[in-house]
Design a protein. Structure first.
Length: 290
């Protein structure tokens, strides 16, 4: 969702604070319980003293998302979603020292021109520009060059202490990429990427279309639903809910659309956050207005 960094003039509150400073989760409506997931961080030990595996967000985790600008780490939350390459490493270390966690942004299916390694992608793997975002272009995810560079990015995020990564732009089969990419290609790349994340000790989150979530929910550890209430009603994440896997949920809007989005989310059983489209840290917790 880095392409959403087109700043929009919203009059949202400066940030969500306390228990309202969270991206929220989709609860299992069958019994009101929480999906079973690890609440421990990367490398944390279970009751037997053996490593508990990658950190996976719990259903009741308190969240804050900010991908642009100086991140407000004073938020009273336990989990942040950040662009770690644009954050001071000392601040990230301080988060872990405080017992907090952070998920890290990665655009896995597109090339963002401002990234340090952008010039290393061969011209042959760079496709069409994204509609409305001429400085971001689709990638041929079948390419060994693309996968090699993405694997290096995963290692860089792991070195920065990221607890998990929800890769964006995986639905390459449904986009005008300039390449003849199929659903099989998209699924193969997503599974490959999840393997790289798990091998690096990171949890893998999935943001995707129903075609992706229906096939990939066993491979990915949690879902990240962005802006789905107004469209699909978030039905594409039902496989995660049925498997009792956490789904983090955030809508995108402004002052005019917040009331409607919040009411729709409530009717669907979600405790939604509405964030500005640039993920600049301005957001409203629906529980504050309903």
């Amino acid at each position: 969702m880095r392409r959403a960094l087109l700043v929009v003039g919203l009059a949202l509150s400066a940030a969500c604070h306390g228990s309202e400073g969270t991206l929220v989760v989709l609860h299992d409506s069958a019994d009101g319980g929480s999906p079973s997931s690890s609440a421990g961080g990367s490398g944390s030990a279970g009751s037997s003293g053996t490593p508990a595996g990658p950190y996976v967000p719990a259903a009741d985790a308190r969240w804050f998302a900010q991908l642009d600008g100086s991140v407000d780490f004073s938020q009273n939350v336990e989990l942040f979603y950040v662009d770690a390459l644009n954050v001071d490493a000392a601040e990230l270390v301080a988060l872990h020292d405080q017992g907090k966690h952070y998920l890290c942004y990665l655009s896995a299916g597109t090339l963002e021109s401002f990234r340090d390694d952008a010039s290393e992608f061969p011209d042959s793997v760079i496709g069409n520009a994204l509609s409305g975002y001429p400085n971001e272009r689709w990638l041929d995810v079948r390419s060994d060059s693309v996968r090699s560079l993405m694997a290096r990015r995963v290692q860089a995020l792991a070195a920065l202490g990221c607890d998990g990564v929800p890769p964006s732009s995986l639905a390459v089969h449904a986009a005008d990429t300039g390449f003849d990419l199929t659903l099989t290609d998209a699924l193969d790349y997503a599974r490959w990427l999840a393997e790289r994340l798990h091998a690096a000790g990171l949890s893998a989150g999935l943001t995707g279309t129903a075609e992706l979530t229906q096939e990939l929910w066993p491979t990915f550890d949690f879902g990240l639903a962005i802006g789905c209430v107004a469209g699909s009603g978030c039905s594409e994440y039902e496989p995660f809910s049925q498997a009792r896997k956490t789904v983090l949920h955030v809508e995108l809007g402004d002052d005019k659309t917040i009331p409607g989005l919040c009411k729709s989310a409530q009717m669907l059983g979600f405790e939604a956050i509405v964030s500005d489209r640039g993920f600049t840290g301005r957001c409203v917790d629906c529980r504050d207005i309903l």
